[in-house]
Design a protein around this ligand. Structure first.
Ligand SMILES: [Mg+2]
Length: 138
């Protein structure tokens, strides 16, 4: 995948395979001031993280090619020894008990349940990146 490297180090990376959710995320992320990139599977998320050094990653869990859990693990492995740790918020429709633990164990820092709540997403990004990230009225 080709990424716009002019936004490297100053963007949000979102991985989501469902087209309807992609549209919701696109509208939601357009409400804040940082550039963003939406990719559609875990492998692209890992590639995007390597290319773009994002400020935060929103990671869907159920995705083709490579799921979110595998992508989080891959990123955390690659970070080992670098002293860097990108904040990752896992997004999932799975409401089964034990899911949150599974994601946190994989290396997620936050856990947001679906359906996607735009206000929650914007608030979480502001919490992670700082209030300057957003112009949205919460
Ligand atoms: Mg999915």
């Amino acid at each position: 995948m080709n990424f716009d490297l002019t936004i490297k180090g100053n963007c949000i990376l979102s991985a989501e395979d469902n087209e309807v959710n992609q549209i919701v995320l696109e509208h939601t992320l357009a409400e804040q001031d940082l550039p963003f990139v939406i990719v559609s599977n875990g492998q692209e998320a890992v590639e995007g993280w390597e290319a773009l050094d994002p400020l935060v990653i929103l990671m869907d869990i159920s995705m083709p090619v490579m799921n979110g859990i595998e992508a989080i693990k891959a990123i955390r492995e690659k970070e080992e020894g670098t002293g860097k740790r990108v904040p990752i918020a896992a997004l999932t429709a799975h409401a089964l008990s034990g899911d949150e633990e599974r994601m946190m164990e994989a290396g997620a820092d936050y856990y947001l349940t679906k359906p996607i709540d735009p206000n929650l997403i914007i608030a979480k990004i502001a919490e992670i990146v700082g209030p300057q990230s957003t112009r949205a009225i919460l």
